[in-house]
Design a protein around this ligand. Sequence first.
Ligand code: ATP
Length: 198
Amino acid sequence: MMLKIGITGGIGSGKTTVCKVFELLGVPVFYADDVAKSIMHTDPILKSGILEAFGQKSYTQSGELNRSYISSIVFNDKHELEKLNSLVHPAVFRAFDTWVLSQKEASYVIKEAALLYESDAYKMCDQSILVISPIETRISRVKARDGISAEDIQLRMNRQFSDEQKMKFADHILNNDEKQLLIPQIIQLHQQFLMIGS
Ligand code: ATP
């Protein structure tokens, strides 16, 4: 069985940056949040589930997801959001399983997910990595990257577990505080995973 490593971290922690380094080391990375977005347009089982749950307006005539309609339904309604997640999450798990089977040459693979612990996706991984950075650093990074306000960033943070909560689940911690060197920490983990995976 292929070794599967989950990576997560709060908004602006640098998890995607970390994944890009793993990719440079030749490790295949599955970006679960990107896949979740794209399969809403393409996975027939998921599409029919969404149509059944949210009605014909969920898709345009040409079969594209009506994202603004779906967002308006789930935005302020926890129950509707849970309903959508209960359709999307299993579809992402299916896509991940299929993707893993196609990674025949790899010693191990990585799954990046913002809500790895919140969504239970970590249970499908053998080990997990948490990327941490100080809150102020995360806020200034996301401000610079996305041009959004500190208040909006704080709202997004409130929807995720805190780092303290996430640390209880994590097998490995990468400290991306811009003081400790990041790449040597990544290479050390890479070597560990190569030993287990081979
Ligand atoms: P999100 O959950 O919002 O997608 P993320 O955890 O994937 O965030 P990244 O996109 O990797 O975070 O990083 C956020 C921003 O901070 C990016 O613009 C990235 O280039 C920058 N960044 C990350 N780590 C560092 C670092 N060590 N030094 C300088 N800039 C960094």
